[in-house]
Design a protein around this ligand. Structure first.
Ligand SMILES: Cc1ncc(COP(=O)(O)O)c(C=O)c1O
Length: 381
């Protein structure tokens, strides 16, 4: 029996290796960062780390752990204050913290849609939402990426309660959802719109409050998922929505209920990251300036190679796992950290370099990156 299991594991590993798609864990290299999600540099901010440490020492209660699930011993003063701060900042009625964006999406989508309901999701939606939908008993269909006509055609034929799932900024493409139009279509068909703001939180909006709040659509969007592991530089996530939605999740969302609550260190880090965000307008503006600069510099690359995006995520399509990996290796050898995104994370033929720009990157670094990319892409044509 165990022999059969071991053979199965070996076969699956061999399959990945054959396709040059084997994922390996390695230490991050000390190169110029063009691949992390630390868009504003908060994760690497030593002063923020020192402040987090001091706040933890000053916290009068537990230091190391939360001691239990949220519904038992895992809710403390920090949690209540942070959820209240999050709902104020993002202008929602309520906020519920989860241990990560993955579990927030799993928790929301596995519990809310039910048998007889329908979830329509953008075909490029994140794996965590797909997994959540799969755990629910709802019917689910994808619609073409950012395609309102395809979505509307599917909404016309829908029955039961209907949910529509999109990302504000798509994680693997960097482009933005047409949110104003999506709100209109969802209103027309009485569908509940859910927006994942993992990559827009901290980046979009005058104060980094995300796309929904920036467009003043808080009342039109049924729920939002915000995460803290990207621009906020720490870890964790929250679902934003009505107080009733929060009460529902506390009662029915298994990934929320059956797990140990976040430790005080995580809550303090999130609180201090938000305080820092409120003083970081210049960083957000720097980042936007750098995005425009990068776009200008890659103008002369073939259109098929670029995915149009105004976000910190800029992708160059380099089909084939071997080729995209070779290009990245050559660019890395010049001291610039870029990473390949290969099938099956993205569809075969759409393999890409996912370049992440940060407020701490300089224009000189961008020049070096663009030169290196152009050279390496032409060598590997
Ligand atoms: C769009 C999107 N949603 C959710 C997640 C999951 O968030 P977390 O990393 O906090 O689990 C990610 C991160 O990969 C993401 O890109």
């Amino acid at each position: 029996m165990i022999k059969a299991v071991n053979e199965y594991i070996a076969k699956k590993i061999a399959e990945r290796k054959e396709k040059n798609a084997f994922r390996e864990l390695s230490l991050s290299k000390d190169l110029i960062d063009f691949c992390s999600n630390d868009y504003l540099g908060f994760a690497r901010d030593k002063n923020l780390a020192i402040l987090n440490h001091q706040c933890l020492m000053d916290f009068e209660d537990l230091y190391n752990g939360s001691t239990g699930a949220r519904t038992i011993t895992g809710t403390n003063r920090l949690t209540i204050e942070l959820e209240s701060m999050l709902s104020d900042f993002h202008r929602s009625s309520a906020a519920l913290i989860y241990n990560s964006g993955y579990t927030a999406n799993l928790g929301l989508f596995s519990s809310l849609p039910y048998r007889g309901d329908l979830v329509l999701y953008d075909e490029l939606i994140h794996a965590s939402i797909r997994d959540g939908i799969q755990m629910s008993r709802a019917n689910a269909y994808s619609f073409k990426h950012n395609d309102l006509v395809d979505l509307e055609n599917k909404l016309k034929r829908a029955s039961g309660k209907v949910y529509v799932a999109v990302e504000a900024i798509y994680s693997m493409d960097g482009d933005q959802a047409p949110l104003i139009d999506l709100v209109e279509v969802c209103k027309k068909y009485d569908a509940a719109l859910i927006v994942d703001e993992a990559h827009s939180n901290g980046v979009l909006g005058a104060k980094g409050e995300g796309l929904v709040a920036d467009l003043c659509l808080e009342k039109d969007v049924f729920a939002r998922v915000i995460t803290f592991g990207k621009a906020l530089g720490c870890h964790g996530a929250a679902v934003l929505g009505s107080q009733d939605l929060k009460d529902f999740l506390v009662n029915y969302s298994r990934p929320f209920i059956y797990t140990t609550a976040p430790a005080p260190h995580m809550l303090i880090s999130i609180k201090n990251a938000y305080d820092k965000l409120s003083k970081s307008k210049h960083k957000i503006l720097n980042l936007r300036d750098l995005i425009n600069y990068f776009k200008l510099k890659i103008q002369d690359l073939l259109d098929e190679a670029k995915i149009e995006s105004s976000s910190p995520i800029q992708c160059l399509i380099i089909p084939g796992n071997d080729r995209v990996k070779a290009v990245c290796r050559q660019v890395q050898a010049l001291g610039l950290d870029v990473r390949p995104i290969v099938a099956p994370t993205v569809p075969a033929g759409k393999e890409r370099i996912r370049i992440c720009l940060h407020s701490y990157n300089t224009k000189d670094e961008v020049d070096r990156l663009v030169d290196a990319l152009k050279k390496s892409i032409s060598i590997n044509e």
